[in-house]
Each structure stands twice: as structure tokens, then as C-alpha cells.
Design a protein around this ligand. Structure first.
Ligand SMILES: [Cu+2]
Length: 427
């Protein structure tokens, strides 16, 4: 009995010790205070945050334009960052030096939209205003971790899933985890809302700053200039559910509630009137019967039987921008590029630099590089961080490694100045 009590005592004591130590290890706030002794204001200076939150950066300025929002603190001392994104349709954006203009939909007047920059743990509010003059609903879907109601998708009937013209919605979330992310409108047909220009980059910085170096944002995109003639203009509402909720579509097909549910879905997702619902449910049934596992994209392609193409490819919105304005670098200095691929219609894009290698951090979710390379291939929405240093002066190209993209605008130059460093010795 006594022996058992001792055992019990030992067990309780060790449990307390384990609990205490694990509790200590799991105190990120304490750890943050100890290691991160930099104020939000000083950190924002290091980040090169712009003081002009209303700026419409040119493609050259876009490279170093970081919008860190209107900064305040809540009662607990947490940093709060508020952003406003205004969606405007009918924008004419110059996208080449040969007179091409794009009939764009924009966040704050530019394609891509502003680079949103926050720190992990910040409370972020992004108010999206869909201008009165617009004809379409829009939303904001930012990648990263957040509640469904702030996901910018109409699937669950959330008000932030489709903001009508003249209305606004504020998306709120605690920024996590650190990394580099795309944001974009998620209203159907998504390919069109993206191709029209409603996208941008969001950087969530780690609480502990990365090693300090000159930073730039590079967003890869393309333009389908004859969008009026091509591609989907309307996605059958029920087909949306075929991709994500197969059980629901089965129920619709067998039950007598089919019409009602179709109408509900149509109202939320696409504002389709009742008279259209017969057509759409028929289309959905056909899709379902012919290809049970049909995804939304497959459905679009089948419905139209066409291919969509980009005629112009760019980094930061304008073809050959950094051929016309080479980016000046210094030998021996480290640089960091945040790269996001928002190219629609082409399944892959890539980023190749000449004359140097870069450390690559996939999705930016680690502090250390995953590997060293001079080319990374991106699928749609893919992104990462590149860190590099040039040893030798000279003019070096950077470009997609797909020759077609290069020829159609996705090419730029680094103008590297200074004395050679790290010259190898072969003796
Ligand atoms: Cu949209």
C-alpha cells in the first residue's frame, strides 16, 4: 500500500513536471517577447512598408511597394492591420510597350493588386468594396488559415462569398502561418474573375524577422485578350457541388427537392432566376451522368469545348517591363524576391535567372532554404521566396523557361554593378 502510494506520488510529480515543461515550451507569447524585441513600427521600416496606402504603383514601383495597412492595437496589445480593397470593373490598363491595353477588373486600380504585408499573429481586416458602378459580384479569397466565413467563397452561403455591386464586406483573420500567398476573387467563373485582374500577393512575415536584405515582389501573370469570344461565361450552379459535395448531387438527382435546392444554390452563387434552373439542373445531371468525378474546370471545358490562351505574359503586370527598366543590383549583396504565380489557362510557369543561383523557400513557410537552384516551376497559385547574390557584374536575364512566355513578355534584366566578389581560384 505504502509502496503504491510512493508510486502514485512519483507518477503525479512526474506528470506535473511533464505538464510544466510542455506548458513552458508551448508558450509562444512568452517566447515571442523574449526573442522578438523589435517593435511593429521598427519591423515595418525594415519591411519597407509604404506610407502611401492609396498609391497605385506602376509596374516598376510594384516591385518594392509593400502595403502594410493602417496600423493600430487592440486592448490586448495585438497589432491590428486594416486594409481597403476597392473593386472596379471597366479599367483600361496598359500591359505592353506596343499599345496593348487590358479591359481589366482591379483591386485598387492596378493589376496585380497591391502587395499586402502583415506579421504572423496580427489581427488583419481587409474591407473589400464592390463599386456601385460594377455589374458583377466579387469576393476576396486569401490563401492561409482562417474561418470559413472569411474564405471568400459562396459555397457555404457566407455573405463574404459574393459581394454585390455597391456593397462591402470585411474579411478578418489572425495572420498565420508565415509565408507568401496569393489572394484573388473567388466568384464563378473563377478563371474569368482571375484573368480579368482580381489578384495580388500577401506576405505574412515571421515574428522574428528574416535576415535583412533588399526585397522585391514579383507576381507572374498573363492576359487572355480575346476573353469576350472565348471561355465560360456561366457555370451551372449545381455543377459546383458535383466537384466538392458528391453526396449532395446524388441526393439532388434522386429526390423531388431537386428544383428547390437548385434555385437556392443559384440564388446564392450566381443570381440565376428560376426560369434558368431547369436548364442548369439538366446540365448538372448530364455532367454527373457522363463523368461522375467531373471537377469544375472539366465542366467548363466540356461545356465550351474550347481552349483559352494568353497572348501576353508578364512579371508585375506589363510585358517586358524590366527589359525597359532593368533592375539594378550590387555585387555581393543579398536580395530576396517574393514570387507568386497567378497565370491562368497555362498550367505551368517558371522562373529562371542567369549568372547566379538562388536559395528557394517553397511557399515561404520556412526560414531556411529548401534547395539551391536557378529554375523553379510553378503550377497555378504556386509561390515561394528566392534569395540570391550576384558575384560578377554585368547584365543578366531572368525569365520563364518556356520560350513562348519569354517571347510574349515574361523576361527581364538584372543590371548588376560593382566589383567581382568571390572570384574562384583554380591554382
Ligand atoms: Cu470577381
Amino acid at each position: 500500500m505504502f509502496r503504491k502510494d510512493v508510486d502514485l506520488f512519483t507518477f503525479i510529480l512526474s506528470s506535473i513536471l511533464i505538464f510544466s515543461s510542455s506548458g513552458f515550451l508551448n508558450l509562444p507569447l512568452n517566447a515571442q517577447t523574449e526573442t522578438n524585441n523589435i517593435s511593429a513600427e521598427d519591423y515595418d521600416k525594415i519591411k519597407n512598408c509604404s506610407k502611401d496606402l492609396r498609391k497605385k504603383p506602376t509596374p516598376v514601383e510594384y516591385l518594392t511597394y509593400f502595403n502594410c495597412g493602417h496600423v493600430s492595437r487592440d486592448e490586448s496589445g495585438r497589432t491590428v492591420r486594416q486594409f481597403t480593397l476597392i473593386v472596379e470593373e471597366n479599367q483600361k490598363i496598359p500591359i505592353s510597350y506596343e499599345g496593348h491595353f487590358f479591359d481589366a477588373w482591379t483591386f485598387n486600380g492596378t493589376v496585380p493588386g497591391p502587395t499586402i504585408r502583415v506579421t504572423e499573429g496580427d489581427l488583419v481586416g481587409i474591407r473589400v468594396i464592390n463599386s456601385n458602378e460594377n455589374e458583377h459580384p466579387h469576393s476576396l479569397h486569401m490563401h492561409s488559415v482562417h474561418f470559413a466565413k472569411n474564405d471568400g467563397v459562396s459555397m457555404g452561403g457566407y455573405p463574404g462569398g459574393a459581394i454585390s455591386p455597391g456593397r462591402s464586406f470585411t474579411y478578418e483573420f489572425i495572420a498565420q502561418p508565415y509565408g507568401v500567398y496569393p489572394y484573388h476573387c473567388h466568384v464563378d467563373p473563377i478563371a474569368d474573375h482571375i484573368n480579368r485582374g482580381l489578384y495580388g500577393m500577401m506576405i505574412i512575415d515571421p515574428r522574428e524577422p528574416r535576415p535583412q536584405m533588399t526585397e522585391m515582389a514579383m507576381l507572374l501573370n498573363g492576359y487572355d485578350l480575346n476573353y469576350d469570344q472565348e471561355g465560360p461565361t456561366h457555370l451551372p450552379p449545381v455543377a459546383q457541388f458535383a466537384g466538392s459535395q458528391p453526396d449532395d448531387i446524388d441526393a439532388n438527382n434522386t429526390g423531388s427537392t431537386e428544383e428547390m435546392e437548385t434555385n437556392e444554390t443559384a440564388t446564392v452563387a450566381n443570381n440565376t432566376e428560376g426560369t434558368d434552373s431547369n436548364q442548369t439542373s439538366t446540365m448538372a445531371n448530364m455532367t454527373h451522368l457522363s463523368a461522375p468525378s467531373t471537377s469544375k474546370d472539366d465542366g467548363e471545358e466540356e461545356a465550351e469545348g474550347e481552349e483559352r490562351d494568353n497572348e501576353i505574359y508578364t512579371v508585375n503586370g506589363k510585358a517586358f517591363e524590366y527589359m525597359m527598366h532593368p533592375i539594378v543590383l550590387q555585387t555581393g549583396k543579398p536580395y530576396r524576391a517574393y514570387v507568386v504565380n497567378m497565370l491562368e489557362f497555362d498550367l505551368v510557369n517558371s522562373f529562371h535567372i542567369h549568372g547566379a543561383m538562388y536559395d528557394y523557400i517553397a511557399a515561404g513557410t520556412k526560414e531556411k532554404s529548401d534547395y539551391k537552384t536557378d529554375i523553379v516551376t510553378f503550377s497555378q497559385g504556386d509561390r515561394g521566396i528566392m534569395e540570391f547574390t550576384y558575384d560578377y557584374p554585368g547584365t543578366y536575364m531572368f525569365h520563364a523557361h518556356q520560350a513562348e512566355f519569354t517571347d510574349l513578355g515574361w523576361m527581364g534584366l538584372f543590371d548588376v554593378r560593382g566589383n567581382p566578389v568571390n572570384l574562384p581560384s583554380f591554382n
